[in-house]
Design a protein around this ligand. Sequence first.
Ligand code: NOJ
Length: 746
Amino acid sequence: MKSCLLFSPLFLLILLVTPFYNAIAQKKSLDQKVDSVLRLMTLDEKIGQMNQYNGDWAATGPITKDGDKQEQIKKGMLGSMLNVTGTDHTRTLQQLAMQSRMKIPLLFGQDIVHGYRTIFPIPLAEAASWDLPAIELSARVAATEGAAAGIHWTFAPMVDIARDPRWGRVMEGAGEDTYLGSLIAAARVKGFQGKGLGNTDAMMACAKHFAAYGAAVAGRDYNSVDMSNRQLLETYLPPFEAAAKAGAATFMNSFNDLNGVPASGNAYLQRTILKGQWGFKGFVVSDWGSIGEMINHGFVKDNYEAAMAAANAGSDMDMESRSYIQNLAKLVKEGKVKIAVIDDAVKRILRKKFEMGLFDDPFRFCNEARENEQSNNPAHITAAREVAKKSIVLLKNEKQLLPLSKDVKNIALIGPFVKAKSDNLGFWSYDWPDDTARIVTLWEGVKSKLAAGSNVLYAKGCEIKDTSRAGFSEAVAAAMQADVVVMTVGEARDMTGEAKSRSVIRLPGVQEELVKAIVATGKPVVVLMSAGRPLVFNWIADNVPAIVYTWWLGTQAGNAIADVLFGDYNPSAKLPISFPRTEGQIPIYYNYYNTGRPAKNDSDLNYVSSYIDLPNSPKYPFGFGLSYTSFSYGDIELSKPVFKPTEKLVVKCTVINTGNYDGEETVQLYIRDLVGSVVRPVKELKGFKKIQLKKGASTTVEFILTANDLRFYNDKLQYIFEPGDFKVFVGGSSASVKEAGFTLVK
Ligand code: NOJ
């Protein structure tokens, strides 16, 4: 028996496996290392790498409870887990993986979307900063904290273009614009991945949801998407390509079908475009259960067919549908999925595990001292406040009501968010009991600014979703005693997010009535809007003198808002998404096509493309946001009126700070291709610059345009530019611009 075992293939395998990390470490290239491991793996072990289960919490889909996960890890049936957090917990599970025959480390993933312990503004709010270094910093801090807690991989950034504020996930992306969204996608990837995978403060990024999830019909989450390939390539895919170019380690596919083919079974997206044209070397994880959900789509009959469709289409890892673990071996044996498909997927996954350094030390992210240190890092708090300030959009400021004086005698803070804690965090943030004390409320933020003699009154007025007006009289009484009232209204943190689509995007409950009651006192009122999406709030917009959109700003919300309210920070953010007048205008976005019957203006109803009951324009346009100061724009100067594809066109515009404060402006450049072989948008963002100007100062902002900036997809899906006439616009919002014209010649 002994000699039998000694010369059995199993024994030889064990001999090989035992010192294999050392031997492999000597190999030269990453591919060689990966191949060395792959060669030793059985088919079942390979399929195990393609399988991912949820841990114990934060489920956003059905969890299959069958089987014992711990036993499965020991058998090598699992390559990754999500929602396992903390160095203790990840260590325990990694130790189980080390008991498996191949000792391949697990990858731990989690939705670290806008912070881990220190919560930053929601991504849509951060996008309003148009500040790429700030956005990168936010992701950097999130990764530093998450990686210190044993997590290797964040399911972020979400880079879906979203033109529909009903869609709950609008909060998670960068808004409606492809150009801005692409730059932000790259910044977030860089932030998460830091100096590169392998550093213990870097997490793998995951660009999601591939693709076009943001175009869900009627803004209803998980819904179908139907669009032309031209639209897909031009509007929805560039942020993904930017993420891939920035080195995103992984992609996640999406719940939706795209033109009839569910993303998880979509070979055009995953094989032709992502892994083919873009040469993506990372791996693709499915969304939660999305492989199995292809049965509900009516695309496959059962999990067997689902696994076949997904694997062949290039989905490398199955998040929680168990289709792979249950069916892939049979599919390979029956020749329905080639072993080369499995090998390719497994190699992609192993490569990342090597790059993360997990084969050298599977526990390198399990350092409790680092976890403690990073969870309480004061620099992270400072960063969160900075980014939060930059995300706040000033929408209205009549008679310069803002900034408020710090010497105000009597100020009333009214509304359900004044003392709220976790509603500041927003969706995709975790409630750490230890961290609740760290969340700065508006109440605390304002109190910290005011002189000792100031009298700060408070009344909640109503709950967020309340139908009761019982608290109104107390609120009115507080307002009556005040010199100025700051009201805070909005959405609860669970009202925008995954599975949180709304058909009516107004203030919930009786909050708008509360505002009306307070405005009726005649006191000067500032309204702060706290929400995860653009809301419709016409009465407030038209009747309240000062409005500040504060989104969900995270841990430092109260301080950041107070910085803006009292002028320690002059607001500079600009909307990354159009705000509709009513839900009936949705989808609404600035870069629409002109149509054959364009309306001349908002009151043009003469058989033109318009509504008889509503202007076409949004309530607040893309790119809009005020400052306490004002800026005026000079005429555009072009280096030449006509330019060739080999040349550069210099676009200059002088901006003057004409107000009474130093301030920051985001100077935006748009173009319009006047005649194209396919119709072109009325405006397309092609550049922006953030400038700081002292009061009274001016500067000339310069942009360079090349023919590449004029490219688009023609009807043959070629990415081309066409000679002809163009307009160029420069201004402080998509709706307020100077314009000039130029011609591109051959
Ligand atoms: C479903 C969501 O669509 C996705 O974005 C998320 O990463 C996974 N659940 C995991 O939580």
